[in-house]
Write a protein that binds this ligand. Structure first.
Ligand code: ASP
Length: 462
């Protein structure tokens, strides 16, 4: 790797850096996802029409239509193989190199042949860290794309601690320093990964390029355009609700609470990375660049007339219900159980509770080992012989809108959706947060879709 274009060291005082960034007010951080990077010429057209795109964050190319494989999935597999010279590994290596070569066939032959060599040598580097290979899709994508648009590609200024957690302070400082050195020029940065203190590659989780974009936008205080293959966030998953529409503006909390239109348009952690910042995120469509998209802000400029703006559902939850007489008086009872859950790496989604009972929902299947061990632990931990501990699969429907932070609005919407569900013979358990812009309804997995449709029809459309 060329150390000049891929370095992100510090040598300027933060004062100069901040002053410089404040001059970049017209600049934007633009991130292009996998479906966009699978059509680099379309991305190049968007970028050409948008001189304000200064820091361009790229994903690995998405699904290959001829094989149905996602570049990152292939690399993930490749990184787990010990032997890089087996027939299987060589075949996959060639497939990866060929895919990049095909995607960038418009580049001149010399550049292409140099890229082929670089790409193959990275894949054969003998690096023992599997993350190194998984991240290569983004790394190579950034190099090729930079070459296509005549820009430099830089190393991501994303830093992790030794324990594998993101180091937000160092990341922020290094991003500012790195971008200040570009003197306002356009740069391409690979998403999805960064480095630990030993300079080893570490990943931001699947879909993590969204986080790279959010971290750059947050550190620089610039708006963040997230370019994808849909024209914004829908009011419900358009695959199940025909009349779902694009929502012009959402708050970050609404997106976190379930206004995602049935697709992972913006990875949940990217929203967390932006919390506390004034950054506006705009979801845009590479295939329809003129469409206004969805703006995601910290708070709405103007309150909406309707309380509910979006509905979504999920069918991959499990509900554990514990009824144990005396738990209300026993200090630390629930805390001990929750600690056990955390030891299994499980975090809970909802927690409906009463005097001597509480339930928790988790993203898991009922035969998950951690869930089973937790249920065993809970039954050994019981106070009364008659305690009941049940574990069943369930789904949830999320009714979302800033208006639901208002107690009266929440009460009216809850009353309406509960009577609608009863009318449809669907049994639901409502779970409300305090001052949260959402109402969750726990239900059977097979009732999720009909409930989403009905609530969309009566609360969002009419
Ligand atoms: N390529 C990575 C993934 O497939 C990261 C990303 O696209 O955001 O998860």
């Amino acid at each position: 790797m060329d150390s000049l274009t891929e370095m992100g060291g510090i040598d300027k005082s933060s004062y100069i850096v901040l002053e410089y960034i404040s001059l970049m007010t017209e600049s934007i951080v633009a991130k292009f996802g996998g479906t966009s990077m699978a059509q680099p010429e379309a991305v190049a057209r968007v970028v050409e029409a948008h001189p304000e795109h200064k820091a361009i964050i790229v994903s690995a190319p998405g699904t290959d239509p001829s094989t149905g494989l996602k570049m990152t999935d292939s690399l993930l597999t490749y990184g787990l193989w010990d032997e890089q010279h087996s027939a299987q590994a060589l075949e996959l290596r060639d497939e990866i190199v060929d895919r990049f070569d095909t995607l960038y066939s418009m580049l001149d032959n010399q550049v292409r042949s140099e890229m082929r060599t670089v790409c193959a040598s990275m894949l054969e580097s003998g690096n023992t860290n599997p993350h190194f290979y998984t991240a290569l899709g983004e790394r190579i994508s950034a190099r090729y794309f930079a070459s296509l648009i005549g820009a430099h590609s830089l190393r991501p200024a994303i830093y992790f601690n030794k324990n594998g957690e993101l180091n937000p302070g160092k990341t922020k400082a290094q991003i500012r320093t790195q971008i200040s050195k570009t003197q306002g020029g356009r740069v391409v940065i690979p998403g999805f990964y960064g480095y630990n203190p030993d300079h080893e590659v570490r990943l931001l989780g699947r879909g993590g390029s969204d986080r790279t974009g959010a971290l750059y936008a947050g550190a620089l205080g610039l708006d963040y355009e997230n370019w994808t293959d849909v024209s914004g966030i829908y009011s419900a998953d358009p695959r199940i609700v025909d009349s779902a529409h694009i929502i012009p503006e959402l708050t970050r909390d609404e997106v976190r609470e379930g206004a995602h239109g049935g697709s992972g348009v913006l990875q949940g952690n990217a929203i967390l990375d932006l919390s506390g910042s004034g950054v506006t995120t705009i979801v845009k469509n590479t295939n329809d660049p003129e469409a206004p998209g969805t703006r995601i802000t910290h708070s709405l400029d103007k309150a909406r007339e309707r309380a509910v703006v979006a509905v979504s559902g999920r069918e991959d939850l499990v509900k554990i219900a514990i009824h144990d007489l005396g738990m209300a008086e026993k200090q630390g009872y629930v805390a001990e159980l929750l600690t056990k859950l955390a030891l299994h790496g499980l975090s809970f989604e909802h927690m409906p509770a009463a005097q001597d009972s509480f339930g928790i929902t988790l993203h898991a299947e009922s035969d998950n080992l951690g869930v089973q061990e937790f249920v065993n632990f809970a039954s050994n931990h019981r106070l009364s012989q008659q305690a009941s501990i049940t574990n069943e699969e369930c789904g949830a429907v999320y009714v979302v809108g800033e208006g639901l932070r208002d107690q009266m609005q929440l009460q009216r919407v809850t009353a309406r959706v509960l009577s609608m569900a009863a009318g449809l013979d669907i049994s639901v358990l409502p779970v409300v947060g305090t001052r949260s812009p959402s109402l969750a309804l726990l239900t059977n997995r097979e009732q999720v879709v009909p409930l989403v449709r009905a609530i969309h029809k009566y609360e969002v459309e009419s």
